[in-house]
Design a protein around this ligand. Sequence first.
Ligand code: ASP
Ligand code: MG
Length: 410
Amino acid sequence: MALIVQKYGGSSVADTEKIKRVARRVAETKGRGNRVVVVISALGDTTDRLVGLAKEICSCPPEREMDMLLSTGEQVSVALLSMAMHSLGHDAISFTGAQVGIVTDSAHTKAKIIDIRAERILEELEAGKVVIVAGFQGVSLDNNITTLGRGGSDTTAVALAAALHADLCEIYTDVDGIFTADPRVVPEARKLDRISYDEMLEMAATGARVMQLRSIEFARNYGVVIHVRSSFSEEEGTWISGAPERMEKAVVSGVTHDTGEAKITLKGVPDRPGIAAHLFRRLADANINVDMIIQNVSDNAQTDITFTLSLDDLPRAREILSVVADELGARSYDCDEDIAKVSLVGAGMKTHPGVAADMFEALAEEGINIEMISTSSIKISCVVRNNEVERAVRAVHRRFGLEHGLVQHE
Ligand code: ASP
Ligand code: MG
């Protein structure tokens, strides 16, 4: 008898008809002799609406209260799904994150799971029930409700799958799986059958919005096998696991883009030890994640530091910079919100020269200027103007023939 964790996103439970449909799907899985734990998100765009309500009250709501508010969305959906299971004649029980011992740190609105005390879930499974857990939330050691960051139900599901040693974690969503690019931008984008954790991490980190980044980190660290698939069809989706055979042949897997970042440049900072450390420590202390960082070759013992960060963090970063720029003796700093990032991901680029050159050529042929470049062993990212990014994605996708499946690079 397998233990399966199924996660259904907000669009899969957008109304009561859809909730009943999810209940039937869960019942089928149970009916095949599996033990099932279900994690669900808030109905439809509930979380966005709750954020909107908070913003109507004040522009910068206290984060603890934000978590109290946002966690209610998932509490509604677990109760409704449990009722739907009961009306199908199945025994089910719903829980909040706190009730099933999802313990987090106290970083409100982006808490990290530090422990899962899964006894309660195991007891209920033992009693033959379907266990339904509210996604996206936990409880801190000081007994406050926390949330795991937008899209956090994925992380709840994968973390539960790890803690329960589940056989499989199914992520049900409104798309058919992981694609070679966002199909809204590249209509000929293709669904991938399999992808490795490392590639999926890079895809999620560079803008593929199907799964929350932290959930993939969890999956890789604990070896949780994930199947991302549509809740509206029976089709196979994309399997995310250790090292798919396909990796041997394909050089690149996908092109992603991200329009949710801003670029900050500090000009004329002294070129001496401790400057970068001071700047990035201040940002880290404010819980701000920095993405790309470039420091120029120094000129007259002065240098420029450019970095990117999430647009959401920009207001707080500006506050910090207004102080830190003076402390560092920088000449000036500026913030540019009109940027976007296009990235090419593929495990095969480690061993194939020329992938970067091909990508840059594809952009050059479109007359698209590259403002920043960063690489890992399996990813190349370029910052371009925001209004050129979709054209950039299409050009790179075409250049690598991603619409045709397996790409052999000469
Ligand atoms: N409801 C939360 C959100 O919209 C969590 C999730 O859906 O994963 O971000
Ligand atoms: Mg999601």
